[in-house]
Design a protein around this ligand. Sequence first.
Ligand code: ADP
Ligand code: MG
Length: 615
Amino acid sequence: MAIEKLDPASFRPIVGIDLGTTNSAVAYIHEGRPHVIPSETGERLLPSVVLLDAEGQVVVGQDARDGLVAMPDRAIAAVKRLMGTSDTIKLGSQTFLPEEISALILKELRQRLVTIYGEQMVEAVITVPAYFNDAQRRATKQAGELAGFVVERIINEPTAAALAYGLDHSGDHKHVLVYDLGGGTFDVSVVTLEEGVLEVKASNGNRRLGGEDFDWRLVDWMAGQVYETSGVDPREDLRARAILKELAERAKWTLSDEPEATIESPLLMVHDDHPVILQTKIHRDQFVSMIQPWLDETFTLVMDVLQQAELGPDAIDEVLLVGGSTRIPRVHEMIAQYFGRPARSEVDPELVVALGAAVQAGIKSGALSNSGIVATDVAPFSMGIATARPFGYGWRPGYFAPIIKRNTAVPCTQTQIFTTLSDGQDTIEVEVYQGEDELVANNYNLGSFLLNGIPSAPAGTENIEVTFRYNLNGILEATARIISTKHAKSIVVQDGLERHSASALEQSRARLEALWDNMLETQPVQTSLDDEFADVFEVDDETLTEKDFALELADQAEVTMKDLEALMQETTDKAERKRLISCLEKIKGALTAEDPNTLQDAIDEALDLLFDLES
Ligand code: ADP
Ligand code: MG
């Protein structure tokens, strides 16, 4: 019997991506092992910072990060915190949605893949924190699509970490605690392994606690030293503040390897024509005592998560350290003390999530087909519909009937039977919610639809079967079926929520593309991109950019007006109609006046409104 040999070239191009709050990274499977793909200059991490410079060019990564403190109105960091909201982000004169900023970060990572995959379509597995809800997962998926990836799957970061450690095939039953202390967030999760399936059992965290806090604490301390010697507070000077932040982070890194760090800046700023200098030393113990309150807080959360998972510290088989801030030796000490055993940190804590996402990608593509890994995920929230309960002589509506319970392994399909409330009822409204509360009002509405055509019958005789199908990308399909007539109706929640988003998505993609090309045009030409962008370099770019901008804006206006009109047809709400009409008028006015700035503002306002109304 012959054994088929897989040809590596036949594997689908698929990568794993850690889209982090502070840093992002991309990895793939090569010769049976996950590898992070570095930038052309050898950087493996990409700071998750986007800056729009004075010429309107997009800068992503370290250069953007360098400009963050000095140009706060042109740069954005930690956009991950805004994912799933409709908050707009203003960079210079342009406004962006959170998923658009994330898409720019992902586009930069896509550049790193050109040497391996060229320009072909690449699939991606992208990670998100275990606590991300549906809207946040969808926004992440959308960011991937905007960046030109086919998003194969969204997986939980702690699950990815466990995959990177190969824990999925390391025994048949295991409890793993993943302690993730990054730049801006702390997450702790209990992941269990049962029969080759990894599940996040419980997770907890503080979304505002991380390495950045430690940096700013050091900045305050250094500023105090400067004040003592010079009488000036350097934090009030934007440039000096930026230098201090940078010095603080470096000192923090040194203290992870050495017992002491020297901090020096010969010219922090100029005050009264005199240079203000900083020259000091800090010992690791001093630093640890500064950050100890935050570390203690992480352990309170560790205890909470263990309680949620109904496990004691001795029931944990492995502790995995994830996130750059776990390089701080005090973190290792505290873990060893609490769990009575050292944590595992052999895999680079800043890359482990991307590497694990690549393992998941490899399982999908066949590059790791012999590993025997199944790796599924779990539903992070319960999902169900609104129902009524008997109350006195009548019914009280607004109760949540979960159909898929939280922590159910996904993909999954679950069905429940419901019935009519009143005699002759011919229609039911199926309202889909996500959450854990008994009352739907306290949960998150995912969408709703009407199922009509129920045959006339006494209350409680016609049965309606409601089926929820939840896939690994966190997308839910809800179907309601009248059993007697087989008549059925469904929604896929992603589409249900974003009826108009196909054109918005196109629009947004085109805009990012334009910004991106503009950026590549003025950057030094990279040899591998020479050919592809040859045409762009040949044209007279001044006129092209202006004309392009005007044309693109006019296109955008047209699409936006269509969307507004479509929604106007549908809405029955007077106030909504009024707002839609006002937006339409504004766009039309700006088009007639041929004023691009007003037009851009009007379009932005309309997009905001569309997003508001659609969700
Ligand atoms: P995120 O998950 O938020 O994207 P990362 O896991 O990339 O974050 O961690 C970034 C944080 O790790 C930053 O605050 C950085 O300063 C910190 N960090 C990186 N290396 C070290 C080190 N050697 N010692 C202490 N902190 C570190
Ligand atoms: Mg992270």
